[in-house]
Ligand binder design. Structure first.
Ligand SMILES: N[C@@H](CCC(=O)N[C@@H](CS)C(=O)NCC(=O)O)C(=O)O
Length: 201
């Protein structure tokens, strides 16, 4: 196997997942945009996006969530997406909530404001600004949700929902859009995530 990779939010999600699984997958590091927008790379992923996982038989899996799903099935321990139907539904719910409610505003801000994306996105600065305004309340919502004292986003164990959350933390740091100070529960969770060895993945 090999992982086509670059420093980015979606690739970070997969790198954290791999590190939490305790496995090692060789990487092919590409540049965004020189590598990803090349004709050669479009033959691997027609969308020109990272990450991409290439299996030993040459099959290619794109989309960070699909790659994590593949790895969960191929390397079940430790389970990050639940062991039974109830756990799987619960963890998927939290994963989608963190991705949809919090990762997306950061991601849309990035795509609508960085000159790196000006060639491929019809950027709307006011839309980017609206994402920035929405972010604090998204964290406040999560803070209320985890105010029951749970150590991890989906409950008592580290799961894919925390992987999504860590990915957002990386964007929060990179673009100086931090968790609001008053979000004590989320800030406590974030401090714990930063101590995990997978944080540096
Ligand atoms: N839905 C995809 C999104 C992947 C994506 O947007 N990747 C960005 C980096 S975060 C990329 O490779 N962009 C290449 C480019 O802009 O040329 C996933 O989850 O993997």
């Amino acid at each position: 196997m090999k992982l086509y990779n670059a420093p980015s939010g979606n690739t970070k999600r997969v790198r954290i997942f791999i590190a939490e699984k305790g496995i090692e997958i060789p990487r092919v590091d590409l540049d965004i945009p020189a590598g990803t927008r090349s004709t050669e790379f479009r033959k691997i992923n027609s969308l020109g996006e990272l990450p991409v996982l290439e299996l030993d038989d040459g099959q290619v899996i794109t989309e960070s969530l699909a790659i994590c799903r593949y790895l969960e099935a191929a390397f079940p321990e430790p389970p990050l997406m639940g062991r039974d139907a109830a756990e799987q539904g619960h963890i998927e719910m939290w994963s989608q909530r963190i991705y949809g409610q919090i990762f997306m505003p950061y991601g849309l801000f990035v795509r609508h404001s960085l000159s790196l994306f000006a060639d491929i996105v019809d950027q709307v600065p006011a839309f980017a600004e609206a994402q920035v305004k929405a972010i604090p309340e998204k964290w406040s919502w999560l803070d209320r949700e985890i105010s029951d004292g749970r150590p991890f986003i989906a409950g008592e164990a580290f799961t894919m929902a925390d992987v999504h959350g860590m990915t957002v933390l990386m964007l929060a740091d990179a673009f100086d859009l931090p968790i609001p100070d008053h979000c004590d529960n989320v800030n406590k969770w974030a401090r714990a995530m930063r101590t995990r060895s997978s944080w540096d993945a």
